[in-house]
Design a protein around this ligand. Sequence first.
Ligand code: GTP
Ligand code: MG
Length: 195
Amino acid sequence: MVIRNVSLETVCGITSQIPEHEIPEFAFAGKSNVGKSSLINGLMLRKSLARTSAQPGKTQTINFYNINNECYFVDLPGYGYAKAGEEVKAQWGKMIENYLHTSKQLQIVFLLVDIRHEPSGNDKLMYKWILDQGFSPVIIATKLDKINRSQVAKHVKMIKEGLQTVKGTIVIPYSAQTKQGREEIYELLDTYLET
Ligand code: GTP
Ligand code: MG
């Protein structure tokens, strides 16, 4: 995949209509602060088009990034953001569910988990939910730079076991700092793109 032009095309809040597209969409889900927006920036070769923050709860809308008029990257709000009220949490959940349920062009749902930690209850729920919607989630284990190289295989195993991944599930360790893992993600996206 060669990035030529990227733009934030649509921002969907709780009451917005989700846009319908004719080209493939790739969505990025995961708990708040796991690195969804950072990963999207890395894939877009941009430093800060997708807004990131050390404070969880930065992305509170569904953001559609148009990539070369070839596909969309969809930045989903993070779940498990403790400071959000119950009502807001429920609304985000509905918004994400509605998107996964109605998008006709959604090809891959990437589920991001922090490579350092055992998947949380919400991660497990999200994984199941994505499966139930008929997708084969691709797991991205983020913040690869935070662990020792010798620990990677062990942590990948811990994540697979924690999520009880189905056979054949792909887990790609990724670092937003070193961009390790990016080529593997591009290769996967390429299999859905025409050029
Ligand atoms: P929400 O929008 O709140 O759901 O968070 P998000 O999943 O979009 O996370 P975001 O990309 O904003 O990153 C959260 C924090 O983690 C930021 O301070 C990032 O710089 C940091 N971060 C993200 N990815 C990595 C990584 O691979 N390595 C390191 N060291 N830090 C990372
Ligand atoms: Mg974000």
